[in-house]
Design a protein around this ligand. Sequence first.
Ligand code: PRX
Length: 677
Amino acid sequence: MADEKTTGTEVSEAQIAVHWKEEEYYEPPVSFIAQANMTDEDVLERFGEQNFPNCFKEYADMLDWYEYWHTLLDESNPPFWKWFVGGKLNACYNCVDRHLPKYKNKAALHFVPEPEGEPILHMTYQELYRRVNEFAALLKDFCGLKRGDTVTLHMPMILELPIVMLACARIGVIHSQVFSGFSGKACADRIVDAKSKVLITADAYYRGGNLIDHKEKADIAVAEAEKDGQHVEKVLIWQRYPGKYSAKTPLVEGRDFIVNDILPRYYHQIVEPERMNAEDTLFLMYTSGTTGKPKGAQHSTGGYMAYVTGTSKWIQDIHPEDVYWCMADIGWITGHSYIVYGPLALAASSVIFEGVPTHPDAGRPWRVAEELDVNIFHTSPTAIRALRRVGPDEPAKYNYSFKHMTTVGEPIEPEVWRWYYNVVGKKKAVIVDTWWQTETGGFLCSTIPALHKMKPGSAGPGVPGIYPEILDDNGDPLPRGSNKAGNIVIRNPWPGRMLTIWGDDERFLNQYYARYNKDRNSKDWHDWPYFAGDGAVEAPDGYFRILGRIDDVINVAGHRLGTKELESASLLVPEVAEAAVVPVPDPIKGHRPHVFVSLKPGIQPDPAIQQKVSDTLAKEIGPIAKPGKVWIVPDMPKTRSGKIMRRVLAAIAAGKDPGDVTTLANPQVVDEIKKQA
Ligand code: PRX
């Protein structure tokens, strides 16, 4: 089945690629180059393959180590490579303590509440240090958490989220933050997989003008986890308004605790940072894969921290003087790497924005940028498309000035890129289009902003120390620069890559390495290309253009949703017999899922069933999973061996010709489905 679908997607994406014209280059502004962290062309040579893996010493040296590592890369057990072996460090120390002598009175975080009437909160490094320490003391003493334990967070975008993450890191507790937009059930699945006994959440947060009761999700999460055998002992609840409980859902006696009630016991306490081994786990970040169960990307302390610090410095061009705003949610990998760990390791001032970019109007982000004098801005094509559609002339009304802008998470159309450059950046900011994944920890492809020209729609070459290549289905490299579509792989190990999938080494191996590894016994990393699951082309200039996923994963607004996960949720609706989910291009979100369902015998099609499917997906997974359309079909188009032809459904949903369907077992059904288009 996988082959059938893979071919389907590849063909259609490749066809799109054929119609692309080569875009013209944009030069980085001289004003940017004059101040950039990385302007030395020698870096390309230093991080060239001939200097691998020693090049990554430069990234490790951006960190403070309690004990310096003795082995840069342990290659003895591919693909479970270990970086900086023998090294001991603490991520929290690197993000907080080490900045105190120079920057204690400088803002580490700016919290921008969604309601514009509420003041922006500014937290200095000194205050962050205090808050992190007292919460670390609470985690240890009140929750009994210790090094190596896991804890699940289901926190919205509030100031306390990075505080909790850093407190966990300080005491060696592995945090697993679940995106707050995910449902209680989705949170439960992740609690069960991580075996967390403590859940940290918040009572409420603002979204699109409403104060949302978030605590109700905690009750569902705990109850659902219990059903699957995982008992949550304590739920810690932060208050959106300290001292006031803003949720309607009542507290459960003996289980739920308001953090602000407990915290005074730990005021002024200082907790020594744990001396973690470089390869100890820092956090888990769940992401969707080809099977229904979300997988916990298990990220390391030393390799990950070195990688996000290095790429934040050179690709994001973060200096301590910068005001840096990444508009992603910390609940995704982008927020972990490029709101919290990377920027704070460099002593930046990082902005945390609670709300929706277009609320109350599309001028909001630019007002925030003006107010805080943000000079580095980072967001997704989905946000850029939405802001362009609702407020194409808004940026010009505000007096802010970006030196650097990032786009991440999905391919950006050259038209949209140009609006970002001309209107948002006012032709004065450099843009990096960063291609990477939850699993990779940090950027894989991007231009180095002061050294490379920009090309709209292309991510660029591999970043320093990353050697990408395009392979065909047999594992043979396509000719370099041929603009032919194939599967992008990274030929080498790198420090930011996750250690494994939490609790499932076999799945890790199969998902990312089995496809192109020809000899499981080989110790030579050259035999272990990392299979990213994206289609891509490489232009003659060595720039990679990403075409999209080739597996059963739908990229909605820059975030991955597993089709299997959506299909199994649809089957929870009692009337549904069979479900198939396909990605359909969407002008704002990149793609949206369309759900095709066939009904059980005797049940008549009814709009109420469509609504039920849509509601179930929102409830089970979260509003992000809401389908663009639910189709009720008499039967699924199937091959003679009974496999659902998702390619045919995807074509119909996108209003395209499904091609030759004569080989199907039931070709007549295609016409019936088309009538509903
Ligand atoms: O398909 C690629 C797309 O997003 C996928 C990774 O999603 P996730 O793990 O949720 O991480 C998102 C943030 C890093 C990739 O496999 N993708 C990511 N960045 C880009 C992209 N597609 C095109 N261009 C990008 N810059």
